[in-house]
Design a protein around this ligand. Structure first.
Ligand SMILES: CC(C)(COP(=O)(O)OP(=O)(O)OC[C@H]1O[C@@H](n2cnc3c(N)ncnc32)[C@H](O)[C@@H]1OP(=O)(O)O)[C@@H](O)C(=O)NCCC(=O)NCCS
Length: 181
């Protein structure tokens, strides 16, 4: 499959490329949890390995992980990343996630990325059902899924251990709901 790429009015979601590690590492130093748990990328070498893994994943024939760098159309700065993961490829069920560099929060970029990922998932990757797992305290993300038409399906109790156990809300959007919007 050719490299996937989508643009919105101000952003491009494109596949990770060898050469992204330096800029990625710059973001991680400023925001240690932007591309995963704090400590998962602790050095520039970790960032290089992370990007190399992304590049290698692109070549897998039965691909289940699609991860994208997010860059501004104006100037090309890397401002975060987003992902679509097939959780159950046979049933065309995927999950989505995104994270942006804090200076870019609250300017509508999250909304743009959400729309990009939904379009990519339903129109290019053939997804039937998308799940978003959101922490109940993450008001920005909850606003995003509500605005995009997701349905809240329930609460998974104490699913993640951080400093304490964290609950997770499950939200979903179906292809027919996306097409009928
Ligand atoms: C979640 C995230 C991507 C949102 O990005 P963003 O660029 O701030 O999103 P937007 O600017 O499009 O704003 C989203 C909505 O949240 C609302 N919002 C902004 N600040 C808020 C706050 N403090 N509390 C509640 N809602 C808020 C905005 O008003 C907007 O709603 P609106 O369009 O109806 O006005 C970003 O905060 C982030 O990267 N967070 C860390 C990672 C994360 O939590 N990812 C999601 C889980 S996978």
């Amino acid at each position: 499959m050719p490299a996937l790429e989508l643009t919105s009015p101000r952003l491009r979601a494109r596949e990770w490329r060898t050469g992204d590690a330096d800029e990625m590492w710059r973001l991680v130093q400023d925001q240690p949890n932007i591309f995963g748990r704090v400590g998962s990328i602790a050095t520039l070498s970790d960032a290089e390995r992370w990007v190399a893994q992304e590049v290698a994943d692109k070549a897998i024939r039965e691909r289940i992980k699609y991860r994208f760098a997010l860059e501004l159309l104006d100037g090309g700065a890397l401002i975060g990343g987003c992902r679509v993961h097939f959780e159950d490829a046979g049933n065309r069920m995927a999950s989505i996630g995104m994270a942006l560099h804090v200076p870019y929060w609250g300017q509508g970029y999250g909304t743009e990325v959400g729309m990009l990922m939904l379009k990519m998932s339903f129109e290019q990757l053939g997804v039937h059902r998308i799940e978003a797992l959101v922490e109940p305290t993450n008001e920005r993300s909850l606003t995003l899924v509500r605005k995009a038409g997701f349905t809240r399906e329930g609460l998974l109790r104490e699913r993640i251990l951080d400093e304490d156990w964290i609950d997770t809300e499950v939200w979903s959007l179906l292809e027919r709901e996306w097409r009928a919007r």
